[in-house]
Write a protein that binds this ligand. Structure first.
Ligand SMILES: [Zn+2]
Length: 309
């Protein structure tokens, strides 16, 4: 048995398989990504707690000889164990390695793959249906997010997807729609573009804000960053039914029908949710990069086809 193997056995450390499961759970809990295991990382602490490791188990060092330079090298046994488990998950294509992830996120992180995400859901007993709803990152989806963010902004943008002729939802369209959602929510920093509302679930996994299509998906609107807007549920609904729209300069234009509403409509306690929109010429909150702002052609279509003057 190897020196490392002996130490693992003597200290009754968890098995690699057990650590692999714990890592998948942690990845899920952290939205699909965790940093490399440097000294003192939160994730190391979290997993140590998960296994109820004692002080001896946490602080055991491996002393090896660094062959190239012929000098002794000390590494934490727990870090070694975590690395070996993550390395094996990467071999099984359940996570992407930090050397791969860095090309997508510019950070050295371990990230779930689609396969790893499904496995994590199984381990946690979460329904597979949730995969499309939860904002957990996966390597494949983040690749799409990067592409959506980096494609050059066209002058004449066509917001319609003409290829979407079938009603069959393929794996690719599912990934694309998740990529759209991630890209929009990240671009708007998890805030509603109209009211600025930002809130997540108590487990921090889900954002309240939604990625709204400007030209709706049901009208063959594209899953593009230029055809999207982050909106809270109330404003998403009001936008989709045509209570308000956007002008070319991103100012909000509200329906004149508001004047005909009974006085008690559209109020949340003392807050006048619907009339607030037309109170002054509000401009929506936009991402810092102009290249990813909603496109004028998409907004024009919304003004002409969805908005009720
Ligand atoms: Zn809102």
């Amino acid at each position: 048995m190897s020196y490392e193997g002996k130490m693992l056995e003597e200290l009754k450390m968890p098995t690699r398989k057990e650590v692999e499961r714990a890592l998948l759970k942690s990845l899920y809990k952290h939205g699909g990504v965790i940093k490399e295991f440097g000294a003192g990382e939160d994730i190391v602490e979290e997993i140590a707690k998960d296994f109820n490791l004692n002080e001896k188990q946490r602080s055991a060092f491996l002393e090896t000889i660094y062959r190239k330079e012929n000098r002794p090298k000390r590494s934490l046994l727990l870090h070694r164990l975590l690395f070996r488990a993550a390395d094996n998950l990467a071999k099984e294509k359940l996570v992407s390695r930090p050397t791969q992830t860095i090309h997508i996120t510019n950070k050295r992180e371990w990230m779930l793959t689609e396969g790893g995400y499904s496995t994590a859901l199984k381990i946690l007993g979460v329904s597979a249906v949730q995969k499309e709803i939860l904002p957990i990152k996966s390597y494949e989806v983040q690749k799409i997010v990067k592409k959506l963010n980096e494609q050059p902004r066209p002058t004449n943008y066509d917001p319609f997807d003409h290829t979407k002729k079938t009603s069959k939802i393929t794996k690719e369209t599912k990934l694309r729609s998740r990529g759209f959602r991630q890209a929009i929510i990240e671009a708007y920093e998890c805030r509603c573009a109209v009211c600025g509302m930002k809130i997540n679930s108590p487990d921090t996994l889900q954002w309240e804000v939604e990625a709204a299509h400007i030209v709706p998906y049901s009208s063959n609107g594209k899953d593009d960053i230029w055809n999207g807007l982050a909106l809270c549920r109330l404003h998403h609904w009001a936008f989709d039914v045509g209570w308000f729209t956007l002008k070319d300069d991103f100012k909000i234009l509200t329906s004149q029908q508001i004047q005909n509403l009974p006085a008690d409509f559209g109020k949340i306690g003392g807050y006048d949710f619907i009339r607030q929109l037309s109170r002054e010429s509000l401009t929506v909150l936009l991402p810092k990069r102009k290249e990813i702002h909603p496109h004028q052609t998409a907004m024009r279509w919304h003004r002409e086809n969805v908005f009720h003057l």
